[in-house]
Design a protein around this ligand. Structure first.
Ligand code: CA
Length: 233
């Protein structure tokens, strides 16, 4: 499944090469030349993954990674560091700073894409093609189908993405702002009411098999997908 990837790299030729490879693989790419520009983009919309160069003008990649990990909103964003070949201490420091993985330059595009896929599978399962199953509900990203009790359930594209995210992060309470960030990729220009509208539609779509009960409203906090439906509705 395509992901929104933020590339933070100051060398234009390498940035271009990264962007081309990622776009060719179906991802959408945001570009920043330094940490300051990257921080601005992240404030506006949370990417699915950040490719972060170690050597940047101004704040270093590692310092930026640490900033991201300290912030409640960004601490879960997968980060892959780009380091120069042979800089063993950079790799260690990068992982210490909270990066999920690193790739050495010059990189092989195929290796880079494989590492991105592995990190996304681990950290952002809603961006992979792996089917998800919770409480008898099955969602298959490859065929775009949701089934339960051997019935097909009809979902709109936004409800599908929302359900996919909830099913890959069950039992956790997600605030409306978090859902806007993670499902819509924008928490600035969309109103939190948008989430309520799509939760309502999602529940309606799951009603035929009673799986609407999986989606719980947590008063004052947000929404949660229960791994087991609550008996009292
Ligand atoms: Ca650089």
């Amino acid at each position: 499944m395509p992901a929104a990837i933020l590339v933070v790299e100051d060398e234009p030729a390498i940035q271009e090469l990264l962007a081309l490879n990622l776009e060719h693989a179906g991802h959408s790419v945001l570009r920043a030349r330094d940490a300051e520009q990257a921080a601005k983009l992240v404030r506006h919309a949370l990417p699915d993954l950040i490719l972060l160069d170690w050597m940047l003008p101004g704040q270093s990649g590692a310092a930026f990674a640490r900033d991201l990990r300290r912030d409640e909103r960004t601490k879960q964003v997968p980060i892959i560091m780009l380091t120069a070949r042979g800089q063993e201490q950079d790799k260690v420091a990068g992982l210490d700073a909270g990066a999920d993985d690193y790739v050495t330059k010059p990189f092989s595009p195929r290796e880079l894409l494989a590492r991105i896929k592995a990190v996304l599978r681990r950290r952002a399962p809603q961006r992979t093609e792996e089917p998800a199953e919770v409480g008898g509900l099955r969602l298959d990203p490859a065929t775009h189908r949701v089934t339960a009790d051997s019935r097909n359930l009809e979902l709109g594209p936004t409800e599908f993405r929302l359900l996919h995210f909830l099913m890959t992060h069950p039992e956790r309470v997600h605030s409306r702002a978090q859902l806007l960030d993670r499902v819509w990729g924008d928490h600035v220009f969309l109103e939190e009411r948008t989430v309520d509208v799509h939760i309502r539609r999602l529940r309606k779509a799951l009603e035929p098999t009673g799986h609407n009960r999986l989606i719980e409203t947590v008063r004052g906090s947000g929404y949660r997908l229960a791994a087991m439906p609550t008996s009292e509705v």
